[in-house]
Design a protein around this ligand. Structure first.
Ligand SMILES: [Zn+2]
Length: 252
């Protein structure tokens, strides 16, 4: 049976198949495998091989089937992909890991700088609200959002989406628009890349086109769709900071 370290090292073999999709896929990040008791940190060396670095007690609370990206304080605050080992029983496990590596790239390249430009982030910071990304009261059931969300594919998709997004900004206000654009960029881009990866390796799309309930992940769906529409009209997505500005400015 393949050992855990072999499964982790398979990330680098998988990378060879998919790295041509986007320049940000050319880099691998530390991987942390969580159990109830501990966090095992693995990192990649200059020979492109993952090695076990160290274990630390899991004082963060155990989350079953976690797939996330977090900075690891005891590892020089480096951003890492956090998983539980059950991920390796999933067909698209390596596409999921590269989705988290995209979040690692966002964190290292521009996430903080962009976040600092947001009124909603600065307001949350002054209230010491670290959960604003989860708890922001976005009006998912507002008709302006539902119409945007439910838009069907048209030949003029990008123009239509831009009109709906302008309407959301005008009717629901700057804060909602900021929040929507933030979630669309952060999760939408990671999903866009993950979908490109699964297409490349012949797996089915990882996410549904629509969800039965309107919630935060509706913004992940609209984000991936908006990014896809922008890229189909040649928006620059090699620089994700510029992509964020393009999305925020809502024009191409
Ligand atoms: Zn994500």
């Amino acid at each position: 049976m393949e050992s855990l370290i072999d499964k982790i090292n398979a990330i680098t073999f998988f990378q060879k198949q998919i790295e041509h999709i986007h320049p940000l896929l050319k880099r691998c990040f530390p991987v942390v495998v969580a159990t109830e008791a501990k966090l095992d940190i693995y990192d990649i060396n200059s020979e492109n091989t993952y090695n076990f670095i160290k274990s630390i007690p899991n004082r963060f609370g155990f989350i079953k089937s976690i797939r996330a990206a977090f900075p690891i304080q005891v590892y020089d605050n480096r951003i890492a992909c956090i998983i539980t080992s059950d991920i390796f029983s999933e067909k698209n496990c390596y596409a999921t890991i590269f989705h988290e590596f995209i979040h690692c790239q966002q964190f290292e390249l521009c996430e903080n700088e962009l976040k600092n430009t947001l009124k909603i982030y600065n307001d949350a910071k002054s209230k010491e609200d670290s959960m604003w990304e989860i708890n922001f009261p976005f009006p998912y059931i507002a008709k302006e959002f539902i119409e945007y969300y439910e838009t069907q594919q048209t030949p003029e998709m990008l123009t239509v989406l831009i009109q709906y997004r302008n309407r959301i900004k005008a009717s629901l206000g700057l804060e909602c628009y900021e929040y929507m654009n933030w979630e669309e960029w952060k999760e939408g881009f990671a999903r866009y890349i993950e979908t490109q990866i699964t297409k490349e390796i012949g797996l089915s799309a990882p996410y549904p086109k629509q969800n039965p309930t309107l919630a935060r992940d509706s913004l992940y769906i609209t984000g991936e769709r908006f990014i896809r529409a922008l890229i189909s009209k040649s928006a620059d997505n090699s620089n994700i900071g510029i992509l964020y500005e393009t999305m925020y400015n809502n024009e191409l």
